[in-house]
Design a protein around this ligand. Structure first.
Ligand code: BTN
Length: 255
């Protein structure tokens, strides 16, 4: 579990122009998962907005217990919040921040409810996982930036910015890009502006009016998307003459 002290210093100075306070910065060469490390800190001993970054994760994880497979060319980090509100859909906000950051480099990305950022081919370029415990919330973000290839088993569903464009983006620079989008969004929602932010999310995702299938633990739901609930982020689905609110699941576009 080697720590890159020099990189931590570099990241610290790179992030210093951000208006929000950053906590500690931990930059590892190789750990099981930045989620494990960030959750292991005691709240009393850790600052809000502490960052855990790792070049490699041996057991990176995604939603629904799926593995998250990425390599040292990619960006993987967790942001720890000690000041948070359980009702806020942090994953959606983080996906929005990643989406806006990627849009500075390309038009060829889109956002899919609830927390995916996809390349135009529908392959996944970034994912977000939020884990909440009694006293903290950890937002984990993985962005497939510079990996040269994806392993066979995920080649059909995942891609990287480099694989699509032949261009590289510095990982630390992109971390800065994400946080410079995410921190203002977090302060807005913590100051009661969740409705405005989710309205912008809905517009950016272009999901309204789409015919979709949502798969979650209660089954498969097919319907037309009427929007995103402006407080909870739930997907509002028209199924026949009913309007159903869906809080989690994987979306497939059917139109
Ligand atoms: C998903 O799309 O299912 C969510 C993927 C989240 C991956 C990131 S990478 C950094 C952090 N550490 C993990 O083990 N997972 C998240």
């Amino acid at each position: 579990m080697k720590r890159f002290i020099e990189k931590e210093e570099e990241v610290k100075s790179l992030l210093s122009p951000l208006k929000s306070d950053i906590g500690e910065i931990y930059y590892f060469e190789n750990i099981s998962s930045t989620m494990d490390m960030a959750s292991s800190f005691e709240k009393a001993e850790v600052k809000n907005h502490t960052l855990v970054i790792s070049d490699v994760q041996t057991h990176g994880r995604g939603r629904f217990g799926r593995p998250w497979i990425s390599d040292s060319g990619d960006l993987q980090f967790s942001l720890l919040l000690t000041a948070y509100n359980f009702q806020i859909p942090y994953s959606m906000l983080a996906a929005y921040a990643v989406f806006l950051s990627l849009k500075k480099y390309t038009e060829r990305v889109r956002m899919k409810w609830i927390n995916d950022v996809l390349w135009e081919s529908n392959r996944k370029i970034a994912g977000v996982l939020t884990e909440e415990s009694d006293d903290k919330t950890v937002i984990g973000i993985g962005v497939n930036l510079n990996s040269r290839e994806k392993p066979e088993e995920i080649r059909d569903i995942a891609t990287s910015f480099y694989m699509e464009t032949g261009r590289k983006i510095g990982k630390e620079q992109f971390l800065y890009d994400i946080l410079s989008e995410l921190f203002p969004v977090l302060s807005r929602v913590h100051n009661g502006e969740i409705e405005e932010v989710l309205c912008a999310w809905e517009k950016a995702s272009d999901i309204c009016g789409r015919y979709v299938k949502v798969e979650n633990e209660s089954g498969n739901h097919r319907g037309i998307v009427e929007g995103i609930d402006r407080i909870t982020g739930a997907l509002l689905l028209r199924i026949g003459n009913r309007r159903v609110e869906i809080y989690d699941g994987s979306v497939d576009y059917l139109d």
